[in-house]
Write a protein that binds this ligand. Structure first.
Ligand code: PHE
Ligand code: FE
Length: 293
C-alpha cells in the first residue's frame, strides 16, 4: 500500500472506496516521473500497440504532459463512451471493483511509483492505470466489454468461479495481444505500461502465442511475478466481445465439477498456434533480470 502518498493518507475513502484526486497536490517531481515513463513507453512501443490505443491517447489528450487531471480527462471520456475514471487509495475488494466497472467507472490508483521502481512494481499506480487502461476505454466495443466484465464479475462471485473469470481479465485486459494485418500488436494494459514486457510480449521467441479461446483461457493459470509464458491473441475487439456474450452459467457449472487447470506452458491439440515459444527465458530462470538494461 502506497503509504508515502500524503494526499491518500489524509483522506477517508467513501463507501465505494473512492478518494479525491487533488490534482494540484501532485509535485513537480511526480509529474516528471509520469513524463519520463510516458516518453519512454511511446518510444519503446513504436507501433507495437494496436491503433486503437494510439487513437485513445490522442482523443483523450493524454499526451499533453504530466499526470492527467481527472477534471479534464473525464468529460472527454464521458463524451466518447460514457466511462469515467475514479481514484482509489489502493487495490479495492473484488465486489467493489466489479461494481465500478459495471457502472462504467474505472478505479485508478492515485499514487505514482518512485524512481527506483520505473521498470517493475507490484501494485498498479496512476501510470499503469491511466496510460495502460484508459485509452481503450475510449474505444466503444472495448468499453462495452469492460462493463460486461464487471457485471459478469458480480455473477462469478456468486458462483464461486472468480478464479476462472480473473484469468479472462488477466489474458485480455492486462496481457492481451491482437493479431492484425500488420502483425502481432499489444492491447493489454500490463504490457503497454511496461518497458520490458512491451518488447518481450511481441518480439521474444520464448513465449507461446495462441489464439484466444474463452474456455481455454479460463482454465489456464498465470504468473504474476514475471513475464507471461503464454499470451492469447484476439483478432478484433468484436471477437472478444462476442465470445463473452454467452451465458457463463453453464461454463461455471462445468468448471466447478472439473477442477482441471492447464499447465501454463502446454500447447493443446485444440490450440491455434501463432508462435510456438522456445520457453528459453523461463527455462533460464526468468525473473525479469536478464532483460533489464
Ligand atoms: N457473459 C458473462 C456471464 O454470463 C458475463 C461476461 C461478459 C463476463 C464479458 C466477462 C466478460 O457471466
Ligand atoms: Fe491493470
Amino acid at each position: 500500500m502506497p503509504l508515502n502518498d500524503p494526499v491518500i493518507a489524509e483522506q477517508t475513502p467513501a463507501a465505494d472506496f473512492t478518494i479525491a484526486q487533488k490534482w494540484k497536490r501532485y509535485t513537480e517531481d511526480e509529474h516528471d516521473i509520469w513524463n519520463t515513463l510516458y516518453a519512454q513507453q511511446i518510444d519503446v512501443l513504436k507501433g507495437r500497440a494496436v491503433p486503437e490505443f494510439y487513437d485513445g491517447l490522442a482523443a483523450l489528450d493524454l499526451n499533453v504532459g504530466g499526470i492527467p487531471d481527472l477534471a479534464k480527462l473525464n468529460p472527454k471520456l464521458e463524451a466518447l463512451t460514457g466511462w469515467e475514471v475514479v481514484m482509489v487509495p489502493h487495490l479495492v475488494p473484488d465486489d467493489v471493483f466489479f461494481d465500478h466497472l459495471a457502472n462504467r467507472r474505472f478505479p485508478a490508483g492515485r499514487f505514482i511509483r518512485g524512481r527506483d521502481q520505473m521498470d517493475y512494481l507490484e501494485e498498479p499506480d496512476v501510470f499503469h492505470d491511466i496510460f495502460g487502461h484508459v485509452p481503450l476505454l475510449a474505444q466503444p466495443v472495448f468499453a462495452d466489454y469492460m462493463q460486461a466484465y464487471g457485471q459478469g464479475g458480480l455473477r462469478a462471485l456468486r458462483h464461486d468461479c472468480l478464479k476462472n473469470l480473473a484469468r479472462l481479465y488477466w489474458y485480455t485486459v492486462e496481457f492481451g495481444l491482437m493479431k492484425t494485418k500488420d502483425g502481432m500488436k499489444i492491447y493489454g494494459a500490463g504490457i503497454v505500461s511496461s518497458r520490458i514486457e512491451s518488447v518481450f510480449a511481441v518480439d521474444d521467441p520464448s513465449p507461446n502465442r495462441l489464439h484466444f479461446n474463452l474456455e481455454r483461457v479460463m482454465h489456464t493459470d498465470y504468473r504474476i511475478d514475471d513475464f507471461q509464458q503464454v499470451y492469447f491473441a484476439i483478432e478484433s475487439f468484436e471477437e472478444l466481445f462476442d465470445a463473452t456474450q454467452q451465458d457463463f452459467g453453464p461454463l461455471y457449472e462445468k468448471m466447478s465439477q472439473d477442477k482441471h487447470i492447464h499447465p501454463i506452458v502446454d500447447i493443446l491439440p485444440s490450440d491455434k498456434i501463432y508462435t510456438r515459444g522456445s520457453q528459453a527465458y523461463a527455462n533460464n530462470g526468468g525473473r525479469l533480470q536478464s532483460h533489464k538494461r
